[in-house]
Design a protein around this ligand. Structure first.
Ligand code: GDP
Length: 527
């Protein structure tokens, strides 16, 4: 290996690409700000705050996002700390669920699960966790808001273990709780850190070290000692392999708001979370350390200027080095694409970076050339698997107010579907197009964009269908027979794949039983 390759390998090794999963209000935004402060990206931390306070006018926010003070779009924040490069991929923070969230989780190598210490596991945390589990994404847990009234720490650990069927290993232990919360104790090293501003924690002799008394009242100190012993005796030792396989979560405690425990957490992420993984393509496994660039698009964000069809495609680099100005091959079409203006997301100074390695995400401006699931390479015919489409939970038929604009609507819907705003289903019987979404908010986004960018006011109608599945069969004749028999419930998706629409889960099941040779899929990988 020559020096160039060596340095590329070490660039890859120091990267950690992750997401934060949590229920709204658990403290994701506050934690993100603190991460960025650690990374020296103070300005950007301010912007995260501004988003919450709805005062920003940054042009890449959708009107709907401004209205509601929520983040509809997925953004990327890169910062450096402790020798590592962290790529934090933000998932939408509102309670509603969208496909963006799923897709973003296909582009990370690990996740931080933030739990509110007073509430424990909440609905959305659980749902996001399940998506992570599907892909065996390793999870680091942060139990936040320890400065407030909390539930019993053992009870919280127990809840994670039982409800998520996940082994837990506390890495630190809270020193005091609520008003007297004063820091974190490292169970492995016997060190105590007060505020996160203490870079080096103080070494103690053990949980009964008299120095504890200067942090918390005497009665709490004795309870602390007992708890530390119980925590050590009662929990499994940390096992890196088990964590990397997604079976065990290391647990850290803290208060993002009051600056406790975040340094432990980020150090833990740097030390234990995996560097960019190897990525499965249809033909072979692509290793992160390979010299040739390869990556996939997991997210498209429309530009805010309604007069331009500009889009930013977010590409997760999986191998090699992406450089400004290079030519790549768009495998779906076989055509070259010039990466003349890729955006790098180093929070400190965007202009510094002009190359990206495996694990990094770059934004590629384009006019509709790139689609979700697209693979870019330096020439090889690779197709990465795993940016999925999920069978929508909500189906709506589009009603156009001005029938003269049907063609324009078709084009607009095609574009919106390519961007992944909604899924598009065109019925075989030629009736109006249907859209499908996982979260209802996606419908609002679509209506707003059709109006704002295309001047197309639309309304939604609830069709008689409520469930859909991609169908396939090894027996082509049988598939044809099924389609013939169910013609009024058949549609094409964006890629011309056949989709069966059913009136209810019950009716779907009925058909599944009647047609055993037909496979009904609720997830489809982009081709
Ligand atoms: P998100 O919805 O998960 O992004 O949550 P935020 O970061 O916006 O936090 C929700 C609320 O909890 C805000 O009012 C925060 O100030 C507050 N908060 C966040 N972290 C802590 C913490 O560690 N302690 C306390 N007391 N409040 C916190």
């Amino acid at each position: 290996m020559n020096i160039m390759q060596n340095s590329a390998a070490s660039e890859v090794a120091r990267r950690r690409t992750f997401a934060v999963i949590s229920h709204p209000d658990a403290g994701k935004t506050t934690l993100t700000e603190k991460f960025l402060l650690f990374g020296g990206a103070i300005q950007l931390a301010g912007e995260v705050k501004a988003k919450k306070n709805r005062i920003s006018t940054r042009s890449d926010w959708m009107a709907i996002e401004r209205q509601r003070g929520i983040s509809v779009v997925t953004s990327v924040m890169t910062f450096e700390y402790g020798g590592h490069v962290f790529n934090l991929l933000d998932t939408p923070g509102h309670a509603d669920f969208s496909e963006d969230t799923y897709r973003t989780l296909t582009a990370v190598d690990s996740a931080i699960m933030v739990i509110d210490a007073a509430k424990g596991i909440e609905a959305r945390t659980r749902k996001l966790f399940e998506v992570c589990r599907l892909r065996d994404i390793p999870i680091v847990t942060f139990i936040n808001k320890m400065d407030r009234e909390t539930r019993d720490p053992f009870e919280l650990l127990d809840e994670i273990e039982k409800t998520l069927a996940l082994d837990v290993t506390p890495m630190t232990w809270p020193v005091g709780r609520g008003r007297s919360f004063a820091g974190t104790y490292d169970l492995g090293r016997n060190t105590l850190r007060g505020l996160d501003s203490e870079e080096t924690p103080r070494q103690l002799s053990g949980p009964d070290d008299p120095q504890i008394a200067s942090f918390i009242p005497a009665d709490e100190a004795s309870a602390f000692r007992d708890e530390v012993e119980l925590a050590r005796d009662g929990s499994k030792p940390f096992d890196l392999d088990s964590f990397r396989e997604g079976h065990l979560t290391p647990v850290f405690w803290g208060s993002a708001l009051r600056n406790y425990g975040v340094r432990d957490l980020i150090n833990g992420l740097g030390a234990y979370a995996p560097s960019p993984r190897n990525q499965q393509a249809a033909s072979r496994m692509v290793e992160a350390s390979e010299p040739k660039m390869a990556g996939f698009v997991f997210k498209i964000q429309a530009n805010m200027d309604p007069n331009h069809r500009d889009r930013i495609a977010f590409l997760r680099v999986c191998a090699g080095k992406l450089q400004r100005g290079m030519k790549a091959k768009l495998v779906r079409t076989g055509k070259p694409i010039s990466l003349s203006a890729p955006q790098f997301f180093f929070a400190q100074d965007r202009s510094v970076a002009d190359e990206a390695y495996a694990g990094d995400v770059v934004g590629i401006p384009n006019h509709g050339t790139l689609r979700i699931g697209d693979t870019l390479t330096e020439g090889e015919e690779l197709v990465f698997r795993g940016v999925p489409s999920f069978a929508p939970e909500i189906l709506r038929r589009i009603k156009l107010q001005d029938a003269m604009k049907a063609k324009k609507l078709r084009e607009a819907l095609q574009q919106m579907a390519e961007e992944g705003v909604v899924q598009l289903f065109l019925p075989y019987d030629g009736s109006n197009a249907m859209v499908g979404v996982v979260g209802a908010l996606q419908l609002d986004v679509l209506a707003e964009r059709l109006q704002g960018e295309y001047g197309l006011p639309i309304a939604y109608e609830t069709p008689r269908f409520s469930v859909c599945r991609w169908i396939s069969s090894d027996d082509e004749m049988e598939l044809d027979r099924f389609i013939e028999a169910n013609r009024s419930g058949m549609a094409h998706d964006l890629d011309q794949a056949p989709v069966f629409l059913a009136g209810s889960a019950f009716l779907l099941q009925y058909e599944q039983e009647r047609w055993p040779k037909i496979a009904f899929a609720d997830v489809k990988d982009y081709q």
